[in-house]
Design a protein around this ligand. Sequence first.
Ligand code: FES
Length: 122
Amino acid sequence: MSHHFLCKQQQIIEGNPRGFSLELESGKFELFLVKHDGAIYAYKNQCPHLGIPLNWQPDEFLSIEQSHIQCSTHGALFNFDNGYCISGPCANESLTSLTLDHRDDELWLHLESPILVSKEVA
Ligand code: FES
């Protein structure tokens, strides 16, 4: 398993999700962090519909009303707390949830095996 520093906890603000792109041995790995009702969630940046990234613009992961995570391609809506799709072509499927470790004020991504080569903010 491996742990990868992402950012400080206070950098993730409600209404302002943040994307990350990690270079792993297995290739590029994209994820995003989103805060809702005080909790921070991590999901793989991959829509269950076509397997493509959810966002067209950097850090744009929410519906206009900011009530859900939204895929910008066909508008699928996902719950914040479990990534479950409530509407759209992939209804009843879910985003891939990732494990976050909170270390003091830092957020670390916990992965089962891949090895990090470099990290950049998407
Ligand atoms: S690719 Fe996301 S809803 Fe179609």
